[in-house]
Design a protein around this ligand. Structure first.
Ligand code: NAD
Length: 257
């Protein structure tokens, strides 16, 4: 579906007149980089509903086979060769305008930082795949070290410090989000004039709730997504299309901000 220039101009106009813009991104800003989303038409869980079990902390702790399968999938994950795309780059341009309050992302791929977004502005709500953490002692280490051990034959490498279970430093279902991260995201949603939600189904809480936090604080909401979301009704502008097409058009349409 093509989105009219008028709709893009309305979103660009809101941003151009805003003092502060907060952005919330999801898997749909990284699909163009070859990383599939979970719930879209080509999503990992849409194609294989059983795969959702791999994202449950209880299954990961209880079932060694879930951990072995998780390590197999991490080793072969497209994230290791993925490069940022036009959506990530457009958000770097937005930051350079000086208006970006924060870039809240549900993504765990670090492609925003790879594109050039400042790590201080990126709030990783669900953690990162680029590190591992020990579920017993909290030891944190680069994912690359753990993957080298998997390649060398360990199918479920334990923590080198205490022997505990290692997991990617991401938030699985059943795990609480980091309180400091949540507070930072909440403040960024409250202190913006425009919140742009891009490439997210807005079906995962508490992340999706930041749209409501921003709207309740008086911000205009712009939603850019290929499919409808539960928050389309409260948005000032809904653009139904590709993030790689629309985010550069919106940022480009702000007249250099
Ligand atoms: P989601 O899978 O629930 O939704 C993604 C949404 O993006 C869908 O509505 C889909 O239609 C849309 N979409 C896909 N490609 C698009 C495109 N090119 N342009 C516009 N829209 C597009 O993902 P979510 O809302 O981000 O939340 C799911 C969870 O999955 C998060 O917790 C996140 O941690 C995790 N996840 C992360 C990655 C990643 O880091 N790249 C990938 C998959 C899942």
């Amino acid at each position: 579906m093509s989105v009219s220039d008028d709709d893009v101009a309305r979103a660009a106009g809101l941003i151009a007149h805003a003092r502060g813009v907060t952005v919330l991104t999801g898997a749909g800003v990284s699909t163009d980089s070859g990383i599939p989303d979970f719930r879209g038409p080509q999503g990992v869980w849409t194609k294989d509903p059983a795969a959702e079990r791999l994202s449950s902390i209880q299954a990961y702790v209880d079932d060694p086979e879930v951990r072995r399968e998780s390590w197999r999938q991490r080793s072969a994950h497209p994230v290791w060769s993925a490069r940022p795309g036009p959506a990530h780059e457009a958000l770097v341009t937005l930051e350079r305008s000086g208006k970006l309050v924060a870039l809240l992302t549900q993504n765990i791929d670090e492609l925003h930082q790879a594109a050039g977004s400042s790590p201080e502005r990126v709030v990783e709500l669900h953690g990162t795949m680029h590190h591992v953490v020990c579920l017993s002692c909290g030891m944190r280490a680069p994912m690359s070290d753990a993957l080298r051990r998997v390649e060398a034959g360990e199918d479920d490498p334990p923590c080198a410090d205490c022997g505990g279970i290692l997991k990617s430093a991401t938030i699985s279902f059943g795990q609480a989000l980091d309180t400091r991260v949540l507070l930072k995201a909440h403040a960024a949603a409250q202190n913006c004039d425009v919140l742009v939600a891009a490439g997210t189904s807005l079906g995962v809480h508490p992340a999706a709730g930041f749209v409501e936090v921003a709207a309740d604080a008086g911000a205009d909401v712009v939603i850019v997504n290929a499919e409808p979301t539960p928050y389309d009704d409260i948005a000032a502008v809904v653009l139904r299309g590709g993030t790689g097409d629309l985010l550069p058009r919106i940022v480009g349409g702000t007249g250099g901000l």
